[in-house]
Design a protein around this ligand. Sequence first.
Ligand code: FAD
Ligand code: NAI
Length: 510
Amino acid sequence: GKLRMTFRWMWRLTYLSFGGLAGYTFYIIYQDRHPEPQYEPDPSKKTLVVLGTGWASVALLKKLDTENYNVIVVSPRNYFLFTPLLPSCTTGTVEHRSIMEPIRAILRHKKAAVKFYEAEASSIDPDRKVLKIVDNSEVKGATSETEIPYDMLVIGVGAENATFGIPGVREHSCFLKEIGDAQRIRKKIMDCVETAAFKGQTSEEIDRLMHMVVVGGGPTGVEFAGELQDFFEEDIKKLVPEISPRFKVTLIEALPNVLPSFSKQLIDYTENTLREEKIDIKTKTMVKNVTNETVEAEVAHPDGTKERVIIPYGLLVWATGNAVRPIVKDLMSKITAQKDSRRGLAVNEYLVVQGARDIWAIGDCAVAGYAPTAQVASQEGSFLGRLFNNMAKTENHEARIQELSSKMNLEAGNSAEVAQEIEALERKLRKVKDIKPFRYSHQGSLAYIGSEKAVADVSWWNGNLATGGSLTYLFWRSAYLSMCFSTRNRVLVILDWLKSKAFGRDVSRE
Ligand code: FAD
Ligand code: NAI
């Protein structure tokens, strides 16, 4: 009897918690679809222009009280992209739209309306405080180029792909930075497989076409290689068994090991796991030239000799890190204080671009002494959002104090009351003015390495925890899920994971 009662209660509790969770999800979805009416910004306020809709700029926009400024966002991409799951899009484990969030939907939830222009900023004039913007999209109207004056400018344009000027890279390889890159890779993997399966294909050609080469052993290269091998093991092998033994993934890295930013223990674990997955790791191998079918690389042998090797490939993915965007380079050339900076806009501890007036830089395009990661970018964006909110509050308080002081002079009768209000405002002012400089708080590094395993270097209490394996993989999945931008993204990603597990990845070539 007692056991049955306990069971009944447990059952009811489970029921209730599921009901609660479902109710909460529906409430969030409802709120998302029915935002409150927005009011128009006040034209007397300062114009704040934000460039980019990536991790840094979107974190800033999320924190910013838009009613304090006339906010204008300019970006060639009208959505935010959740980059950590981009490698999963290349094989269809996750569909691309599940990790995109329209910027207009994000901005619609702000109290005061924000203007968005889908355009690229092509140059900045820091003296006149204006920037030029160009619509580079397919559809163009009569006006596709114009200028925007700003009072305050935030640059969050990210970085572009580094090629180090190596010949052939831009023409022949795929990058992995944007949604279009992931779609291109997905299409090309299946094109290589189908062409290799073509009637009468020569043996040499099958080997080349089925050889997938990844250059760069940073987290992007490692995660992509892992996803690719999963795709092969779980799907391609079953669907195209006749040529599957010829499928091969090679990861090329110039340094002595992959994932240089992780701890030694995790580097070893990753390299061993990748080898177990039959990924060929070629370290101390630097790619020097790329043609449409081969990669030429220089291998450094332990005895100090160097050897030139030629590696035929079907698909080549280039993931060798970041380079500075032209718009940033152009601005740096106009500011004397930036002449020694190489990797982006040098900023001070309040993220102000050094040597410039009213310009801030955040994320991958800023050099603040941290790694170019989403974690750093979003913390910088949130910091700047808070800073701008405080600056607006300071101005409001100062204006009110000014107003009250003159009132006190004119109407002597109320002076005690007014003096009290001034004192209270001054207290508030001291508080908002006391802004600490930006400090990055590292939450840890996570990377997926294939075959349902991940590695994590995370801060734990006051120490560090380095773990790898299947449990870490579950942690990786839940951490990324919780970091997704919206409930919509979260639901879509879960459905994609379930879908690819249950039915296999979709191998149709769009
Ligand atoms: P971005 O997010 O790149 O955004 C830049 C924005 O500026 C874009 O909207 C772009 O369209 C826009 N823009 C470009 N040019 C112009 C212009 N001329 N005018 C106006 N707008 C412009 N980091 C992690 O911490 N964890 C991870 O797991 C992780 N995984 C990653 C996986 C992949 C495949 C990649 C490529 C990166 C990953 N990163 C990860 C790194 C992370 O994505 C970047 O550090 C982060 O995106 C930087 O944010 P950002 O806002 O500076 O730039
Ligand atoms: P990266 O800069 O981290 O790694 C690029 C690698 O390419 C380097 O190890 C470099 O030695 C190698 N390389 C350069 N030129 C080469 C050549 N010619 N031949 C062979 N190898 C060459 O770049 P990545 O992986 O694109 O990452 C960029 C940023 O994004 C990093 O800050 C990274 O931490 C972050 N990121 C984080 C992820 C995560 O936390 N899971 C996932 C992806 C990126």
